[in-house]
Design a protein around this ligand. Structure first.
Ligand code: AMP
Length: 175
């Protein structure tokens, strides 16, 4: 069943720059059954974890995080690129292959002790979710797990994250 959904993920070579094999999830999202099946697979995995908040990362993380939060009966918290959130924020900077990037969360987005599930579309080096986990820890949230539609195993992002909490990916590729 999920194998059919996996077949809907499209590889685009050299996007957004040369040498990158981009995993395009738009064909999966537009297929009603595939979209339904992947959200339900996440729901089944986390239904008994008493998740208070699903934390979704801009921007493809939102496409999975919003329906997942709704179905888990959890709240949705957004992590955004700098300058997008209107109220007071926590800010984190993290290293990329070349240069740095930043993410922000509203300071009042998560109350201390709340149970949090982080979701993003894809795990590559793990830098994005590692930085997100830092934001959540500063607010006192308890990270229950980190979920991804896709894991690129060759980049070993799981290693970077597994000391924080459980890492769960529906589909794996070497790269
Ligand atoms: P990382 O921080 O290295 O784990 O990178 C994860 C973030 O970059 C995710 O938000 C992905 O959307 C994006 N990303 C990285 N590599 C790819 C790829 N090959 N295809 C699609 N998105 C990617």
């Amino acid at each position: 069943m999920l194998e059919e959904a996996k077949q809907k993920i499209r590889n685009i070579s050299d996007f957004p720059k040369k040498g990158i094999e981009f995993k395009d999830i738009t064909p999966l999202l537009k297929d009603a059954k595939a979209f339904h099946d992947v959200i339900d697979a996440f729901v089944q995995k986390f239904a008994n974890e008493h998740i208070d908040y699903v934390v979704a990362i801009e921007s493809r993380g939102y496409l999975l995080g919003a329906p997942l939060a709704y179905k888990l009966g959890a709240g949705l918290v957004v992590v955004r690129k700098p300058g997008k959130l209107p109220a007071e924020v926590e800010h984190v900077e993290y290293d990329l292959e070349y240069g740095t990037d930043s993410l922000e969360i509203h300071k009042d987005a998560i109350e201390a002790g709340k149970r949090v599930l982080i979701i993003d579309d894809l795990l590559a080096t793990g830098g994005t979710v590692h930085a997100t986990s830092e934001l959540i820890k500063r607010l006192g949230g308890k990270i229950v797990a980190m979920a991804f539609l896709i894991e690129l195993t060759k980049l070993q992002g799981r290693k970077k994250l597994s000391s924080i909490a459980d890492v769960h990916a529906l589909f794996t590729y070497e790269n």
